[in-house]
Write a protein of this length. Structure first.
Length: 372
């Protein structure tokens, strides 16, 4: 089986903190120079590459003299701000050695949740790629709190893959790929060479971060593969310390773990809705409504809603959850949370009498909804 990278035109490459900072010892100039040289090689083959790089906090900790990862959020944010300077500097000089321009793009979850900012981010990234520049992306750690974080750069990499409809997501890490169990704990664990993104069996094998530097561990990489597959991107998880890892993949060599996308592609607007990690509110559905949405492809009518959580306006993206709290769908609400509370459990024929107007017979129309 050939690596999907050989045929991919647009590729997101994510590098983790331990690789970038040489296990927290400081920016690994030699490793970064090797990735830059290989990415220059990919560009020369006509491929467009976006780099998602972690390491700001780990590098900032070192520069500010922290021996252990601070627990105070503002100290972490200070580390990120200091470390990001180092990342920007080393990437700029490493790529310049290959006559490639770089651009720093710091994103927050709120940027991608807002439709206008989402479209702006997408246009800026595709413009940079068209201009031959390599965008270097990280989370804008200095302005985010835990509740509104992407949480880890594996997720960010998948969201960027969806944002610009990349063909592949390459996650470089400190292991050779996904193993049948965490190899740090189980030496007999074996490498999984390929699988289907979204297969729940993969999630069962993946554990948390093995070092104190990385955030997500293997599980966030597996979940990132599932998310990236929604826009058709295949994912490869490979060992970033292999000096030719990207060139070997580009030549078609199957290394690491390849997780192929097999899910149907969502339209761009539905993709945007699916990628909302947090929504302004949620509606609780009864069993009948869950059945209508998930099995019959129907819209959500107010009669199937038993509760409305949170405050939201018309046109907001909200989550539909079942009675047990499990998210089943996301979509654009035709009504505000206050209006939704007044019409829930009621037939649509009563909407006008209850509100004095009708915005639609549905609370969420099928065309504005994505199943999760
Ligand atoms: N099934 C598994 N296969 C491989 N690695 C695993 C698995 N389960 C947990 N891990 C751990 O995940 C770690 C990689 O995640 P992380 O430390 O977050 O890296 P990064 O900084 O590259 O994102 C590995 O070092 C390993 O200890
Ligand atoms: N934005 C953070 C990234 C945190 C993160 O996801 O780290 P990792 O698990 O090493 O990819 C930083 O630059 O330190």
């Amino acid at each position: 089986m050939n690596s999907v990278i050989q045929t991919a035109n647009r590729i997101i490459i994510k590098v983790g903190s331990s690789l970038v900072t040489n296990d927290g010892r400081g920016l690994d100039h030699a490793a970064i120079a090797r990735w830059a040289a290989q990415i220059a090689g990919l560009r020369a083959l006509g491929k467009q590459v976006v780099l998602v790089s972690s390491g700001a906090i780990a590098e900032g900790m070192l520069r500010l003299g922290f021996e252990r990862r601070p627990t105070d959020i503002h100290e972490l944010q200070a580390c990120a701000a200091v470390g990001q300077m180092g990342l920007a500097q080393i990437y700029e000089s490493s790529f310049r050695a290959h006559n490639l321009g770089t651009a720093q793009v710091l994103l927050t979850h709120a940027d991608l949740a807002d439709r206008e900012r989402y479209l702006n981010a997408r246009s800026t990234l595709t413009t940079l790629l068209r201009m031959g520049v390599v965008p270097i992306i990280n989370e804008n750690d200095t302005v985010v709190t835990d509740e509104i974080k992407f949480g880890d750069n594996d997720t960010l990499g998948a969201l960027v893959a969806n944002l610009i409809e990349a063909d592949a997501l390459v996650i470089l890490t400190d292991q050779h790929g996904l193993f049948s169990a965490d190899p740090r704990k189980d030496p007999s664990a074996t490498l999984i060479t390929h699988g289907v993104a979204g297969d729940p069996a993969l999630e069962a094998m993946a554990g948390g971060a093995g070092s104190s530097l990385g955030r997500g561990g293997m599980l966030t990489k597996i979940l990132a593969a599932r998310r990236a597959a929604k826009s058709g991107a295949h994912t490869i998880i490979a060992w970033g310390r292999d000096s030719d890892v990207l060139s070997r993949l580009a030549q078609g060599e199957a290394i690491g773990t390849e997780l192929r996308a097999q899910t149907g592609q969502l339209t761009a607007r539905k993709q945007w809705m699916a990628d909302h990690l947090q929504t302004a509110g949620a509606v609780v559905l009864d069993a009948g409504a869950v059945q209508k949405l998930t099995r019959e492809g129907k819209s959500l009518l107010p009669i199937g809603v038993t509760a409305v959580n949170g405050e939201f306006g018309r046109g907001a993206v909200i989550t539909c959850i079942d009675a047990a709290g499990v998210p089943v769908a996301r979509g654009l609400s035709n009504y505000t949370s206050g209006e939704a509370r007044r019409i829930m459990r009621k037939p649509s024929t009563e909407i006008e009498a209850l509100l004095g107007f009708v915005e639609g017979h549905e609370l969420i129309h099928r065309d504005n909804m994505v199943l999760l």
